[in-house]
Design a protein around this ligand. Structure first.
Ligand SMILES: [Zn+2]
Length: 295
């Protein structure tokens, strides 16, 4: 009798593990819409009817972000993530929040900025019943069958950002905000703790493809980030003819070495830029990614 009970417990725990390990059922859906907001970032993540908006572009992009929410009839956001409190990341949100007026959780790497447009946005956010929370490093949030993990949350340096790693089945997506050298090195360390195998990895290129590393090309921090994360899909959110000359050639060279030389992937199928490709929609079935662009 004891043996039977033991066998039953073993079977039950194996089944439980199988269910929780393969957490994606056949009805599950996952997509990311990188919205072409010019010089700035904005991406809408959808999973099983749950929604996370990461950044909202600058003020001029607000109407576009709002229209994306309207088209999809998204009035309720499960998570609003603001990578950092720079205008090209939160400026468009005030407009977007006029439609999506219910926000369950708002997260960023900081709560404070004395910028006037930020204070206006913050008032709108409070009117919608939410306020910014700074999550602890390593915090995980469920978004349908996807998992969102905080892999960096520093606000020491000007471009430090809330960095989020989203995993869905055996695919993963890294949202890097505008991190530069120090942040990039911290993310390399954070990724060392995750040794799961992934079939496909996408990165939202840090800081609109900027390369400001002063440590020389052979000692930059972007390269180890790419070696550690090994993305096979890269999205650069950047405005056409922007005043900063983003993306910088050095950053593109790092991408090119990784993508074309070592993996023999085709540049056109794996590197996407909002200034050239417009809106970029990425879908995952948990194993494979498909990408569609508006241009
Ligand atoms: Zn930015």
């Amino acid at each position: 009798m004891k043996k039977r009970i033991l066998a039953f417990i073993l079977l039950a725990s194996t089944l439980l593990c199988l269910c929780s390990c393969s957490n994606i059922n056949s009805n599950s859906k996952f997509s990311i819409h990188f919205i072409d907001v010019g010089q700035g970032d904005s991406a809408l993540v959808e999973c099983d009817g749950r929604y996370m908006l990461i950044d909202g572009g600058n003020e001029a992009a607000g109407e576009k972000v709002c229209n994306v929410l309207k088209e999809k009839e998204i009035r309720k956001l499960d998570i609003l993530a603001i990578s950092h409190l720079h205008e090209d990341h939160y400026g468009g949100l005030r407009n977007a929040l006029t439609y999506a007026s219910s926000i369950k959780l708002t997260i960023s790497n900081s709560k404070y900025s004395d910028n006037k447009s930020f204070l206006k946005f913050e008032r709108e956010l409070r009117r919608n019943g939410s306020k910014i929370t700074v999550p602890p490093l390593g915090k995980k949030y469920k978004l349908g069958s996807a998992m969102v993990e905080v892999v960096d949350v520093s606000a020491e340096k000007n471009n430090d950002s809330l960095v989020l790693l989203i995993t869905y089945g055996s695919t993963r997506f890294l949202f890097t905000g505008d991190i530069e050298r120090q942040g990039q090195l911290r993310v390399v360390n954070a990724l060392k703790k995750n040794d799961q195998d992934f079939t496909h990895s996408l990165i939202k290129m840090p800081h609109h493809g900027a390369y400001n590393d002063k440590h020389g090309f052979n000692n930059n921090a972007l390269q180890p980030l790419f070696w550690k994360y090994y993305p096979d899909y890269i999205v650069i959110s950047v405005g056409k003819g922007n005043q900063y000359d983003h993306p910088h050639q050095d950053a593109l060279d790092i991408v090119k070495n990784l993508i074309v030389d070592s993996r023999e992937l085709k540049w056109d199928n794996h590197v996407f830029r909002t200034d050239l490709n417009g809106d970029i929609t990425v879908k995952s079935n948990g194993k494979e990614l498909t990408v569609k662009t508006s241009k």
